[in-house]
Design a protein around this ligand. Structure first.
Ligand SMILES: Cc1cc2nc3c(=O)[nH]c(=O)nc-3n(C[C@H](O)[C@H](O)[C@H](O)COP(=O)(O)OP(=O)(O)OC[C@H]3O[C@@H](n4cnc5c(N)ncnc54)[C@H](O)[C@@H]3O)c2cc1C
Length: 463
């Protein structure tokens, strides 16, 4: 295949921007086409009572190198959460979140003291080390895996709220192979509780990192050096004699763009539409990937009103779906991020910021409410959980329709089939949250894998 000199990247989320950045650094001529009127995709900032805060992703894993590494490459300093202890709002109280591996408790005394489980639920957990290792040839859902080892209550009260945070998904629908491969590997060896507790705790490395000013600075910094065409929806993808053709513009006046290579960094449904002609098998597989929709409600309160939140001594709380609340989590951004605390304190009338999130996979109806209702539901739940009854100075509602892909049973096989079909089209690659992980580092890694497919390292070196 000739070296792809002219490359189009479709989608200016973190995956597309990372791919474009790396391709440009290796000497390709790159254009990024983005349907929205701004870059960043799910990473986005907005003004709330005069302070710019994240209204999409707000942190990245620090224990994987890709996100913090990219920030360093771009000259952006990271900040780690100032407060890392989280609570769980369940069984009528805010309780300490016991140490866990994606909800699997690792310290049973701590679990008992937290009161998160009933005495029966706890007794079931204590049986787990006596169970034989799991024999699992096929994929299994996270919920089934954990329930068979630790009982349903652990799934309902610990695994669900944690998965709700990462995927907005349901434990009993998400693939263990794709979402929690580490748990699956441990279960094949023996006790999740005992083997999990014996893993290195990594206590000296912060789990998360953010960017002072917001994660939204990451895509903005990436885009700064790139040719990004906003408000440009790509509607078609065709093969040409020497390469690939993208089609933009209105249906009545299509605008072709001929390139040597294309990186599709769009969510699954958009990628499915664009692949329909050149890789129909991949298109069919991607069309079946479901997404969860959600909303993030950002709230600003007067500092003087926030004592109830400070009193929790935490960075926020998670809510198990079984408890029947409207919100699924709240992050006390002012407590978690020093930059948010400082920015709020510097306001004319000192403010604190927090956010709630609502919405899970297949529960879109719960979001069919006005912004005012979403804010009112958030305030009602916050009041009951923490005693915060003050009226916010400002509220911002960010809806994320199709926010997070759901890795259903068989996801890894689906991704392998998609990649195989895409690879049969010279000069084509795909990346983004639909494939190898939804978190920021995983999305960056998928972009880098796409670039490596188009521009193998040895070809770069030979140029
Ligand atoms: C509310 C929320 C909170 C999150 N919080 C975190 C967090 O704290 N930490 C974390 O690690 N991850 C978090 N995530 C996940 C993470 O933010 C995303 O998985 C990741 O940013 C997705 O990046 P992406 O580039 O794959 O896709 P996207 O960000 O979805 O970008 C795809 C882009 O493609 C564009 N596009 C679509 N169709 C077309 C078309 N036909 N033509 C041109 N452009 C098109 C879209 O407009 C979009 O800009 C969160 C996600 C959500 C929704």
């Amino acid at each position: 295949m000739p070296l792809p000199l002219r490359v189009a990247v479709v989608g200016a989320g973190l995956a597309g921007l990372t791919a474009a950045h790396d391709l440009a650094a290796r000497g390709s001529e790159v254009v990024v086409l983005e349907a929205a009127d701004r870059v960043g995709g799910k990473v986005r900032r907005a003004d709330v009572a005069g302070v710019t805060v994240d209204v999409g992703a707000e942190a990245m894993l620090n224990r994987r190198p890709e996100g913090v590494g990219l920030a360093a490459e771009l000259g952006l300093e990271v900040e780690h959460p100032a407060v890392t202890s989280s609570r769980i709002w369940t069984r009528g109280a805010l309780r300490p979140l016991p140490r866990s591996l994606m909800g699997v408790p690792l310290d049973l005394d701590q679990l008992e003291a937290s009161g998160v489980l009933s005495p029966e639920g706890l007794a079931r957990v204590r049986l787990e080390p006596t169970l034989p290792p799991e024999v699992l040839d096929d994929d299994v859902t996270v919920g089934d895996l954990v329930a068979r080892r630790l009982g349903e209550e652990v799934v309902d009260r610990l695994v669900e709220p944690l998965l709700g945070g990462v995927y907005a998904g349901h434990a009993r629908l998400l693939s263990a192979r794709a979402a929690v491969p580490q748990l699956l590997a441990l279960a094949r060896r023996g006790s999740l509780v005992e083997l999990g507790a014996a893993l290195p705790s990594g206590a000296d490395t912060p789990v998360f990192a953010g960017l002072p000013g917001g994660m939204g600075r990451l895509p903005e910094a990436l885009a700064a050096g790139l040719d990004v065409r906003l408000s440009t929806t790509v509607r078609g993808l065709e093969r040409t004699e020497g390469g690939l053709r993208l089609v933009t513009g209105p249906t009545t006046a299509p605008v072709p763009l001929d390139v040597d290579a294309v990186v599709l960094a769009t969510p699954a449904a958009a990628s499915a539409r664009l692949l329909a002609e050149v890789a129909p098998a991949a298109a069919a597989d991607l069309a079946d990937v479901e997404y969860a929709s959600m909303a993030v409600v950002s709230l600003a309160f007067r500092v003087a009103d926030a004592a109830a939140l400070e009193a929790t001594g935490s960075s926020g709380f998670l809510v198990p779906p079984v408890d029947g609340r409207r919100i699924k989590a709240s992050t006390f951004s002012f407590a978690k991020w020093e930059w948010v605390r400082r920015a709020g304190a510097a306001a004319e009338e000192p403010l604190v910021y927090l956010r709630t999130s609502l919405g899970r996979h297949r529960e879109e109806a719960a979001l069919q409410a006005s912004d005012e209702e979403l804010v009112a539901w958030s305030l009602a739940d916050l009041a009951e959980a923490t005693g915060l009854t003050a009226t916010p100075v400002d509220a911002h509602v960010q809806r994320w329709g199709g926010g997070l892909p759901q890795y259903a049973l068989g996801h890894l096989d689906r991704v392998a089939r998609v990649r195989a079909a895409v690879e049969r089209v010279p000069g084509l690659a795909v990346c983004g949250a639909a494939y190898d992980g939804v978190g920021i580092p995983a999305v960056i890694a998928s972009a880098r894998a796409a670039v490596a497919r188009l521009l193998p390292p040895e070809e770069t070196a030979a140029r």
